[in-house]
Design a protein around this ligand. Structure first.
Ligand SMILES: CCC/C=C/C(=O)SCCNC(=O)CCNC(=O)[C@H](O)C(C)(C)COP(=O)([O-])OP(=O)([O-])OC[C@H]1O[C@@H](n2cnc3c(N)ncnc32)[C@H](O)[C@@H]1OP(=O)([O-])[O-]
Ligand SMILES: NC(=O)C1=CN([C@@H]2O[C@H](COP(=O)(O)OP(=O)(O)OC[C@H]3O[C@@H](n4cnc5c(N)ncnc54)[C@H](OP(=O)(O)O)[C@@H]3O)[C@@H](O)[C@H]2O)C=CC1
Length: 268
């Protein structure tokens, strides 16, 4: 629905852009005129995705683990040398594993908090200091998760994403002087490569739980990407500090205990 030149000459970084939701976001920005950089940990898959995306426009890729600040700094350096600026940052990289809270050990907790909260903050800080604050302009979108009613079965990611949601509100205030807009997109259950990482029993539970989603279907990667491109566009230039739920109203009417109950059944 957006004009095909909406993001002409804009430079966009999509973390985790090699797969699933991030891949669709990268593709849509390219089709709307942007030049896109994708990053993630797995070099080979990243390169393959970049090759595929190059059918739609100019794509650059660089391996970067968002948990490693020095790798983020190298990424910023590359973008500065190649493009001299960055206009839009999409923090999509992330993930977790299902587990009841009492079984999450320190290593697992820290892995998920580092991935989803600390890594996201480091990425935001480095890109803001290198580009957005000196430019006095920038747009940041953080992909979180529907954590409206907590996240039974994934306490670590619930805590991390709630942290990102609150960080987003803070930065919308602190960085308004620099003309930086920052928002979250909170997907419900999205049919994407990410879901394939879950055990079959959990995927079956999601299938069954679909009936409780008011719009009676899972989301598509396009649903998430549409929200991201809208919030990044001039159409949303007065919107900052919000979370846009892309979930078919799941956050209002969904048995949040479903996942936890499946995990309990593994144990009993
Ligand atoms: C409703 C749907 C909503 C959301 C959907 C999506 O998000 S879809 C998107 C979904 N996409 C994704 O989620 C993809 C991205 N996800 C990931 O990369 C991983 O899940 C990660 C976030 C833990 C990162 O891990 P990493 O790179 O640090 O690698 P690592 O393997 O070294 O783990 C470190 C420690 O974590 C612990 N631990 C890990 N797994 C399990 C487990 N199954 N069980 C128990 N514990 C587990 C364990 O302690 C392990 O250490 P150990 O005991 O092995 O020495
Ligand atoms: N699918 C769903 O139902 C939902 C997904 N989400 C969130 O949306 C985002 C995308 O998910 P989706 O596309 O479904 O799943 P994927 O697993 O396909 O995507 C995760 C992406 O993040 C990258 N990534 C993970 N950890 C790191 C890291 N430390 N540094 C850099 N890149 C990393 C992965 O690449 P690599 O392995 O190469 O590092 C991968 O490209 C995630 O944050 C996810 O939690 C939220 C709600 C629902």
């Amino acid at each position: 629905m957006l004009r095909s030149d909406t993001f002409n000459a804009k430079i966009v970084l999509v973390t985790g852009g090699r797969s699933g939701i991030g891949f669709q976001i990268a593709k849509d920005f390219l089709q709307l005129g942007a030049k896109v950089i994708i990053c993630s940990r797995k070099e080979e898959q990243l390169q393959k995705a970049a090759e595929e995306l190059s059918n739609f426009g100019e794509v650059t890729h660089q391996a970067c683990d968002i948990r490693k600040t020095e790798e983020i700094q190298q990424l910023a350096k590359m973008i500065k040398e190649k493009y001299g600026r960055l206009d839009i940052l999409i923090n999509n990289a992330g993930g977790q594993f299902p587990a009841l809270a009492e079984y999450i050990n320190d290593k697992g907790w820290n892995a998920v908090i580092n991935n989803n909260l600390n890594g996201t903050f480091s990425m935001i800080r480095e890109m803001a200091n290198t580009f957005f604050i000196p430019q006095k302009s920038g747009v940041i979108i953080n992909i979180i998760v529907d954590v409206f009613r907590g996240f039974p079965g994934m306490a670590h990611t619930g805590a991390a994403r709630a942290g990102v949601e609150n960080l987003t509100k803070t930065l919308a205030m602190e960085w308004s002087d620099f003309n930086i807009r920052i928002n979250c997109v909170a997907p419900g259950i999205i049919e994407s490569s990410g879901l394939d990482t879950y055990p079959k029993q959990i995927q079956d539970m999601f299938e069954e739980a679909q009936k409780a989603i008011p719009l009676k279907r899972f989301g598509k990667v396009e649903d998430v990407s549409n929200a991201v491109t809208f919030l990044s566009s001039p159409m949303a230039e007065y919107i900052t500090g919000i979370s846009l739920y892309v979930d078919g109203a799941q956050h209002l009417n969904f048995d949040k205990m479903g996942l936890a109950n499946v995990l309990k059944s593994f144990i009993s």
